[in-house]
Design a protein around this ligand. Sequence first.
Ligand SMILES: Nc1ncnc2c1ncn2[C@@H]1O[C@H](COP(=O)(O)OP(=O)(O)O)[C@@H](O)[C@H]1O
Ligand SMILES: [Mg+2]
Length: 485
Amino acid sequence: MTVEVDVRSGLPVFTIVGLPDAAVREARERVRAAVLNSGLEFPMRRLTANLAPADIRKAGPGFDLALAVALLGSSGQLPGVDLDEWAFCGELALEGYLRPVRGIVAMAAGARRSGRRRIVVPTENAAEAAVIEGIEVYGLHRLRDIGALLAGELGVSPAVPAVPAQVDRSYGPDLAEVRGQEDARRALELAAAGGHNLLMFGPPGSGKTMLARRLPGILPPPSLEEALEITRIHSVAGKSDGTLARRRPFRAPHHTVSASGLIGGGSTPRPGEVTLAHRGVLFCDELAEFSRPSIEALRQPLEDKRVEIVRGQQSLTFPASVMFVAASNPCPCGRSLAKCECTETDVRRYQRRLSGPLLDRLDLVCQVQPPSDAPGEGGESSEVVAARVAAAREWQTQRLSGSAAMCNADMDVRETRRHAALDPAAARRLAEAVVAGAISERGHDRVLRVARTIADLDGRDAICDEDVDEALAYRILPPSMAVAA
Ligand SMILES: Nc1ncnc2c1ncn2[C@@H]1O[C@H](COP(=O)(O)OP(=O)(O)O)[C@@H](O)[C@H]1O
Ligand SMILES: [Mg+2]
């Protein structure tokens, strides 16, 4: 994105072309006031600012500073400065101060891509922008100092990235607090180890929400590359605290969320929950309560790991590589089994809401036992489980180096066949399950990927019969849902 200003003699007008939205038009007023209040000259000539490329909609007040600088440059107020080396981003207050803007990390990344070597941003944004390597970031507090800054006379050095010295080791709520529920804990560990999608199914109060919330504590921290992706997204959404993300996001939208809230959209397209959860967890608690359109909308992003939003002539892609985790009660009344008054028809209708669109996309379906059946013992701590998960992920990283896949769940058909090869007997058993209608063709490959993860957690290269059996067990569904899977 570039800003050019043309200064000519003629009646004093200031026009901005290049599809500006309301905020950019207001920028005209802010720039004029800020320039004047900074003791600089606002040329009383014909000014035309061109925001290029013209076919991209410009939104937000972040262009103020670039407009002001282009105007000062083209009216000879920044002599001897090679503006092509610099990028500018920031909102101007009428009095001439810079205000922080959203999406600064994405702006800095874009400036570097287009070959700029330095970027000037509002002081409050500087540490955040500096997480992008390969471009020098300078914080500026007031517009009147821009000339001195660009001439190197202000004596400020490039901003230092806001990276915490230590990886975040605070695990949040701990798995040790979960009593019993061995099967569900195992499913959670498998999901974390292979990046698999997971549905937990069980009566109210059995600990489904409790278990899901402990998932971030056993996931490996993001790699630097992933951390940059996470930070960039949250920065665009105005949800970054300015430091490089050291944890994977965990998003748990309420079931009343709209389809566009989930996958993104709006007249100025904004990322939805599935994008805010990129490289982390999207947790849909009480999945059956989500609207049909919302659940439907999730299908494509879960499959493609990205969201495509079409608005007019513009098509935008947001990344959406998430672990999808869902929980559901078996029936609509939300009471324990003993007190449930739902009819069989109610239950079937409720469960069918989940089955069609999503079930075939889930690697692991886990039935959580009623709370009364769960023995009263606490289990392993998150730290112990996290260590096993990290080791299993390490194997996957090595095996999948050079592939787009980051973990077993990401493997495509070819990679699955290659890395999750079965001996003839196990292969035959799995094929029989397909023929018997217990799993679908799609389900067949999901079983293979889960079996791969089971072997990885056990530190084995070869997948054995028991791995396949266990993986198959996570596809056994309540009778009313089995048809669809
Ligand atoms: N297995 C368990 N171990 C320890 N506490 C549990 C367990 N299951 C449920 N609880 C307690 O019951 C509360 C409700 O559990 P919750 O996770 O909300 O159940 P669900 O989501 O399945 O309805 C939890 O906050 C926790 O205090
Ligand atoms: Mg719950």
